[in-house]
Design a protein. Structure first.
Length: 331
């Protein structure tokens, strides 16, 4: 019942020392209320039965002491599962850099490239329970959707919320990679990985992709690059006055650049023409060294003092009723 209970202000529990002091004071005071008389025989007193009122005469102080005890405990703010626990887990730090440019809406993957990449990434995240994983999105510019975290449920929510058109269109490979590397720059993990998924050619951004690759190398970040798209042509949906119309467009992926980025950082390049190809990346990542990572787990607070205050109120109410009815004194 009391497992997992901690107190926000445990020092207030020291006030409980007043409870026995009040009890001693009451005992001394109670004994002094009644005068003593000397009698020759006590037979008549022994035959007299105590009334109900006499039996509960001390219930008032008992109720008062219980109420004070409960109030002191409530003021110490008991809380359940309100703890920050530092733990060490075996894992690696990974940042997924996801291209969300307009070309990711091509439907050579089902339902389209972006949704297929998200589905496979979710499966990957679910299988990497001990890893810290972050998420960077890029098209014409780059931004961090989720920093490194072991809260994979929140990470998946961020991933699933990615949409093409959230930022300016284009493919800023250098910016996307540099942003992902920046998330890993303070990591103490032995293995630091960026998974860079794109289906286009670098045509935007302020950072050259190879400059970003050199920065990744400097920080010991291994980059796995993935060219997403089928070979040849791919159907792409266009909005027209007559509704969605499909037109085949050429699949253009700068494979030489992606291979160079991977080689510079001791990573590997993959050409993903379907979901099955993407799973090869995860098998490769599983071979990486694992390192211990200190993680702070934040647990949900649940205050318990309110119930105690209701209990204290009930005890005081009962004392008030007894004091003014059954145990009422007439001056």
């Amino acid at each position: 019942m009391f497992s997992g209970i901690v107190f926000a202000y445990p020092f207030l529990l020291l006030l409980l020392v007043i409870i026995p002091l009040i009890a001693v004071w009451y005992g001394l005071k109670h004994n002094g209320l009644y005068p003593e008389i000397n009698v020759s025989r006590t037979d008549s007193f022994e035959k007299a039965k105590k009334t109900f009122r006499q039996n509960i005469i001390h219930s008032l102080i008992v109720l008062r002491l219980l109420a004070i005890t409960v109030i002191i405990i409530a003021f110490a703010r008991p809380q359940r599962s309100n703890s920050t626990q530092d733990i060490s887990v075996e894992g690696i730090d990974i940042v997924i850099a996801q291209d969300i440019s307009g070309s990711m809406l091509a439907e050579d993957f089902r339902p389209d490239r972006l949704e297929a990449a998200k589905d496979v990434a979710v499966e990957f995240i679910n299988e990497r329970s001990n890893d810290r994983i972050g998420l960077v999105a890029f098209s014409g510019e780059a931004f961090t959707m989720c920093p490194l975290t072991t809260n994979h449920a929140s990470l998946i929510n961020f991933l699933q919320s990615l949409k093409s058109g959230m930022i300016d269109d284009g493919t800023a490979l250098g910016d996307g990679l540099a942003t992902a590397v920046n998330r890993l720059s303070y990591s103490k993990a032995i293995s630091k990985v960026v998974i860079l998924l794109t289906d286009g050619i670098n045509n935007r951004g302020s950072i050259d992709p190879m400059t970003a690759a050199e920065i990744a190398k400097l920080y010991g970040v291994r980059v796995y690059t993935i060219g997403v798209g089928s070979l040849g042509m791919a159907p792409y949906p266009f909005d027209t006055p007559f509704g969605i119309q499909y037109q085949n467009i050429e699949v253009q992926i700068d494979e030489p650049l992606l291979k160079e980025i991977a080689a510079t950082t001791n990573g590997k390049y993959f050409r993903a023409t379907n979901k099955e190809k993407l799973s090869e990346i995860y098998k490769e990542i599983d071979k990486l060294e694992k390192s211990k990572i200190d993680v702070a787990e934040y647990r949900h607070k649940r205050e318990e003092f309110l119930l105690l205050l209701f209990v204290a109120f009930g005890l005081l109410l009962l004392e008030f009723i007894l004091r003014n009815t059954i145990l009422k004194r007439i001056p």
